[in-house]
Design a binder for this molecule. Sequence first.
Ligand SMILES: [Zn+2]
Length: 486
Amino acid sequence: MNIMSIVDAVYKVLPPFIQNMAISYYGYKIKKERFNSSFYDKFIFFDESQYYSSIDLMHYQDKALCHLIKYAYENVPYYNRVFEKRKLKPYDIKNQMDLYKLPIITKKDIRENFNDFISTKKSKKNLKLGHTSGTTGTPFEILWDSNIEEVNNAILWRHRSWGGFNFGNKYATLLGRSIVPSNRQRPPFHRINYPWHQYLFSSFHLADKNLEYYFEEFDKQDIRFLEAYPSTAYILAQYLEQHNLFYEMKAVFTSSETLLPIQREIIEKRFCCKVFDYYGSAERVMFSGECEKHEGHHLCLEYGITEILDEKGEPVSTGQYGKTVCTGLYNYGMPLIRYEIGDICSIQEKTCSCGRGLPLLGPITTKAEDIVVLPSGKMVSSSVLTHPFKPMKNIEKSQLIQEDYDQVRVKLVKRPGYSDDDTRILVEGLTERLGQEVEISIEFVQDIAPGPNGKYRWVISRVPIVLGSGKIENLYNEDNKEHVKE
Ligand SMILES: [Zn+2]
């Protein structure tokens, strides 16, 4: 048992009041770390730079790029090798037009050369480990330095300010963390991070019978901002819809999954406000978000350089879709230059009427996933289910198929080193989130092929959602087919 699982085990048996204190203590520590003077300097700068002209923003990127290239050549073994092999020197990359001289890197390159991507100037213990299960449920790790942490935080809070939400405003969060023990049957279904004015609601208790307590608490605390996955915000909005109720929010912030049009429509209608969707890659190379005009996602140019390329690696014309290749401008701990993020997107020709110099992305074709519905009627967002996969190093690919309310089949592509222990830990993690009544079966397969749009469907649910008295078919029922590799 490692230290984190001991902490988790102790947390679970504490009374809610003490859990609030524990969360608030942690929140206080994080607040002190994250909101330092360097953060405020960056926040103030980004508040101005969003209105720079596109030429000025490009110059800003080029300057940051040259700095990063020189640093990577001198301090990052992987890039030093790349430059030597191609007989390049840092001055050969004068601006982003020269980036084509460097190779495109993938997750596989990073995984296979992990230590060589780390700057020799940084101590590994001072870098923060970030992991993601990605859109395919394939675990992937990355290291962040304190610089990118500050930038990411400043860009995130700038986006929140677009929705009128500033630090200090009360808000509700419904994300993937297991905040309230899963066997808890009665309210409260939330815990409080006092220094942040943040009310952390459980994403694991979203049964129809519990949801009235969620709204009671929103009302009692006068919560006007919500941060959630599209699927969890949609579950709340569906509850309001079923009971013909409205709850007035000022803004709802969604991320991590593709926000489906039907989800946006119901969320905006029932919460009487706009949804401010955003996208931030775990690799910290790209950030985009909607402003108050909602004409598309603004690509935050200060954060990184984004190239949209065709199959041959040539840039596509404006408005055309292509693969997304990103260079993060701030992570000196583990620089990623020309990293293929695995998404398809486009940059629009039209600019936003808000006047910001940040270009607009076309609609992103990313994850389209389903909600898992449990025998109790409780709904679990697929993002929540990615959590047990995050520490699993011996899994290449995964897919979850819900055959019936009490049956979930997990398809796995193993890596060498996979053992029965991995199965046990994974099944325990899933049971923690799905409950004992769901039978989890593991099926080992050679490969899991992507769907017709080139995207993996990570969760495929074949059961309708039950809400109140009615049944609602799962959103993608028409293409609920597994994609078998020929
Ligand atoms: Zn705008």
